[in-house]
Design a protein. Sequence first.
Length: 157
Amino acid sequence: MRILVCIDGEPHTSGAVERAIELARAESAELIGLHVIDEWLRQFSSEIYAQGRKEYLEWVDQCLEDKASEVRKSFMARCHASSVPARFVLRDGDRAAEIAAVIDELEPELVITGGKDLTRWQRFRSANLAAQLRKACGNALSMETVTVPQRRPDLVV
């Protein structure tokens, strides 16, 4: 069995990684962590036409590479601590498209993503990656979204 877990280094994917490790250990499955470098920041930064633009773009790329390296180190350390053999795949581009491409290439039996516990309005505004993947991959693929409750500020009365 092959399990693909999509990770972006954000707190809401922590639960997805733990679930993937738990299943991989129980099923003696191959665990693959996938991180897609977020292209949004590059798109935003490419619209800056100012003096020093080249240096800024290089800085943005370095920050994105550093974050990807931290995501990989954290994922591999968690797997190693749980005695689960794993590998890490790094992609760059549109998240949904890159994840779908990796699914086509690696043909995992299960894909696990992290999700946020969103309000109705937040769901409306969200890109909803899990829904995009289900649409792109169809119902033939088993997917699980691990939702971690967001901390919400207490209401002041």
